[in-house]
Design a protein around this ligand. Structure first.
Ligand code: GTR
Length: 422
C-alpha cells in the first residue's frame, strides 16, 4: 500500500513537473548563467579537427547527424517524378522592368501529385540572374497586391464569417514591406517564394496534410522521423530544383533567406543542401541562430511547448537541459561554411536573444577559418544599424521583429560583395 502511494506521488509529481509552465523569460543580462559551448572542431573521439579535408569528410557529416538526431530530424532529397508547370509568364510587370513567373512544382508524377506554388520576379536584364529564395508566411498573394497572383489554398480568416474572397482580398499585398521587390529588381536580383503551408500547415496537426504524410512512401521517412522545419526546408530544396531548370536563373548563386521560424528553416535547408550559395537568417532566434545555452528570451522549453511540431520528439528531452545537447546553434551556422552567411537581429526582438544570435555567429568563425576565411571578426556586439563581419556578417537594427527595407539593403550589399563572381 505504502509503495502504491509512493509511486502515485512520484507519478503525480513528474506529471506536474513535465507540464509545468516554463519559468518567465529572462531579459536580464546579469542573470545569464555561465555555459560552455561544444566545440564544432572536436571530433566524436575527442580529436581536434585542423583541416578542411577532415572537416568535410568526417566532422561536418557528424555535426549534421547530431542536428538530425537531436533537433530537426531527417530530410530527404529530390523525389522521383518531380516536375514543374509554368502557369504564368508576364513580361509587363513593374512597369516592364521585371518578368513574373508562376510555377507549380509537383512532388511526384501526374497532375494530382502534392504540389507547391512558386512566385518568381526576375529583372529583365542581366540574365542569368541571382535569386533570393525564401518561404513566406501568408501566401504568394500577400507579397504583391496583384490579382493575377494565384492565392494560396490556405487562407487566414480574421473571423469564421469571412468568405474566401474576402480573406484573399484582405491578404493581397499585406506582406509587401517584407519583400521590397522594386528595390531587389532595381539592384539586379530576383526572388522565388512559396507559401510554407504548401509543405506543411503550421500547427500541431499540420503534418497530417503536409508532405510528411502525402510524400511518406515516396520519401521513405516516417512522419515522426522529421519535423515541420524539416518539411519546410525540404521544400526550399525543391524550389532550387526548379531554379536549376530555368535558364534565366544562375542557380549556382541562389541565396536562401528566411525570417523567424522561416529563418530557422533557411538555416536547416542551407546546412543540408550545399547548392545554396549564401544563407540569410533574419531574426531567427531560438532553434535558429540564437545559442540555446543562453537563458535569455525564448528557451527550448518555450518553443517545444508552443510549437511541438517544429522539431522532433528528441528535442523535448533538452527542454530544461540545453547543456546536454551535443550541439549548440553556432554549430548549425558552422555547417554553412565556407558559404557567406548573414545573421540579423532587431533591437526590440529580445525574445529572439540578439546577443545570443551575435555570439552564435561569432562562434561559427573557427570553421570558416579552416577555409582561410574571416568570419565575424569583431569581439563586441556592434552598435545598432552598424553591420560588421566578413564572410559571416551581422547586424542589429533598430525596431521590432520583422524584415525591413533596411535589412534587405544590407543583404543586397552583402550579395553584391560575395556572390558577384561565381
Ligand atoms: C514566435 C516563436 C519564435 C519565432 C516567431 C516567428 O512565437 O516563439 O521562435 O519563430 O514565433 O516565427 O514569428
Amino acid at each position: 500500500m505504502k509503495s502504491y502511494f509512493f509511486s502515485l506521488l512520484v507519478t503525480t509529481l513528474s506529471y506536474t513537473l513535465s507540464f509545468a509552465q516554463a519559468p518567465p523569460a529572462n531579459y536580464d543580462e546579469s542573470r545569464v548563467l555561465p555555459y560552455t559551448l561544444p566545440d564544432p572542431l572536436i571530433s566524436r573521439q575527442g580529436k581536434k579537427i585542423n583541416t578542411v579535408k577532415e572537416w568535410e569528410r568526417k566532422q561536418r557529416p557528424y555535426i549534421l547527424s547530431l542536428f538530425t538526431e537531436n533537433v530537426y530530424g531527417k530530410i530527404s532529397g529530390k523525389p522521383a517524378g518531380l516536375h514543374f508547370k509554368i502557369t504564368e509568364t508576364d513580361t509587363t510587370v513593374l512597369d516592364g522592368k521585371a518578368v513574373r513567373k508562376q510555377v507549380t512544382i509537383y512532388f511526384s508524377a501526374g497532375d494530382e501529385a502534392p504540389s507547391m506554388d512558386v512566385l518568381l520576379y526576375l529583372p529583365k536584364a542581366g540574365h542569368p540572374v541571382t535569386v533570393f529564395a525564401g518561404l513566406n508566411f501568408n501566401g504568394n498573394h500577400a507579397i504583391v497586391a496583384d490579382k493575377a497572383i494565384k492565392p494560396s489554398k490556405y487562407l487566414k480568416k480574421a473571423n469564421p464569417q469571412m468568405t474566401d474572397r474576402e480573406a484573399i482580398d484582405a491578404a493581397r499585398g499585406s506582406a509587401a514591406s517584407r519583400w521590397p521587390i522594386e528595390e531587389i529588381i532595381g539592384q539586379g536580383y530576383g526572388i522565388a517564394t512559396a507559401h510554407y503551408y504548401d509543405l506543411e500547415p503550421d500547427h500541431k496537426e499540420g503534418w497530417k496534410e503536409g508532405v510528411r504524410t502525402t510524400m511518406k512512401e515516396a520519401l521513405h521517412i516516417a512522419t515522426g522521423e522529421w519535423s515541420a522545419i524539416g518539411a519546410w526546408s525540404w521544400g526550399l530544396s525543391r524550389i532550387q530544383d526548379y531554379l536549376e531548370s530555368d535558364k534565366d536563373i544562375d542557380a549556382k548563386s541562389t541565396i536562401l533567406i528566411g525570417h523567424s521560424r522561416l529563418g530557422k528553416t533557411a538555416l536547416w535547408a542551407g546546412a543540408n543542401d550545399r547548392r545554396f550559395a549564401m544563407v540569410i537568417s533574419n531574426n531567427s532566434g531560438e532553434g535558429g541562430a540564437a545559442l540555446s545555452r543562453r537563458n535569455f528570451g525564448e528557451t527550448i522549453r518555450n518553443i517545444n511547448t508552443s510549437f511541438p511540431h517544429w522539431f522532433i520528439a528528441q528535442y523535448k528531452s533538452y527542454n530544461d537541459h540545453p547543456e546536454k545537447l551535443p550541439v549548440d546553434q553556432h554549430s548549425l551556422l558552422s555547417l554553412i561554411a565556407p558559404r557567406p552567411l548573414y545573421v540579423a537581429s532587431a533591437e526590440e526582438d529580445r525574445w529572439a536573444d540578439p546577443r545570443g544570435e551575435f555570439l552564435s555567429a561569432k562562434n561559427a568563425a573557427p570553421v570558416y577559418a579552416l577555409y582561410k576565411l574571416k568570419g565575424l571578426n569583431v569581439n563586441e556586439m556592434p552598435a545598432v544599424n552598424h553591420p560588421v563581419g566578413e564572410t559571416i556578417r551581422y547586424h542589429i537594427r533598430t525596431g521590432k521583429h520583422d524584415v525591413t527595407l533596411y535589412d534587405w539593403q544590407q543583404y543586397l550589399a552583402f550579395a553584391r560583395q560575395y556572390i558577384k563572381n561565381r
